[in-house]
Design a protein around this ligand. Structure first.
Ligand code: SAH
Length: 215
């Protein structure tokens, strides 16, 4: 089966799992997931499952990526911050749905690979930075949307501070041994409202830039 057919099948699976945002689905259909998956897992690139990408990190399950993207309620003009570039798969999909994607990763080698993939795909509206995404990207703030793809016990205040009034941030919240919830935060004039979207399992949000060897 050709990869476009694999992708079409994935879209059908996402639809039957309850994803209704047609713009999000067509952006997912545009991005070749096999390009973001290590050689050893090529035959599993279109399964609805998370896959290892090295350094103890994972490429998220497509249903979780789709739920996050749908939950961001993107109109196409947004300036978006992603924390946790990983393979770059999620950012590549977002690049088709926003004006510009700013993405931060703490593992430099992962970021270098992701950057090369963005170039291969000609995604010129993705800007990358190696660093600690818990601090956000103050020089580029405020953002219309923030997408955090690693789990923390609570949303970092520095990130909420970099969200525009009316903006949305989505983040998995919870420890590594407990069930995590994907939480949507909306910043209003006076408060930050929160709402749980689904149960998830993400790698941890860690401080600082990583120096760890490949695992
Ligand atoms: N969105 C990714 C999946 C990311 S897995 C994809 O589509 O492939 C989570 C990533 O978050 C890992 O690569 C991890 O290194 C990164 N991460 C964890 N804490 C971070 C932090 N404080 N700043 C930036 N990246 C972080």
């Amino acid at each position: 089966m050709s990869t476009p057919a694999h992708r079409a099948r994935l879209i059908l699976a996402l639809r039957s799992a309850g994803i209704t945002d047609t713009k999000a689905l067509s952006a997912i259909e545009k991005v070749p997931r096999e390009l973001f998956v290590p050689e050893t897992f090529q035959d599993r690139a279109y399964e609805d499952t998370a896959l290892p990408i090295g350094y103890g990190q994972t490429l998220s399950q497509p249903l979780v990526v789709a739920t996050m993207i749908q939950g961001l309620e993107l109109g196409g003009r947004e300036k978006l911050l992603e924390v946790g570039t990983g393979s770059g798969y999620h950012a590549a999909i977002l690049s088709h749905l926003c004006r510009r994607v700013y993405t931060i990763e703490r593992h430099r080698p992962l970021l270098a690979d992701a950057q090369a993939r963005f170039e291969t795909l000609g995604l010129s509206n993705v800007v990358t930075m190696a660093g600690d995404g818990m601090k956000g990207w103050p020089e580029q703030a405020p953002f219309d949307r923030i997408s955090v793809t690693a789990a923390g016990d609570a949303p970092p205040q520095q990130l909420l501070d970099q969200l525009k009034i009316g903006g949305i941030m989505i983040m998995p919240v919870g420890g590594q041994s407990r069930i995590q919830q994907l939480v949507r935060y909306r910043r209003t004039e006076t408060a930050v409202e929160s709402e749980a979207l689904m149960e998830v399992r993400f790698v941890p949000l860690l401080p600082g830039v990583a120096e760890a060897a490949k695992a």
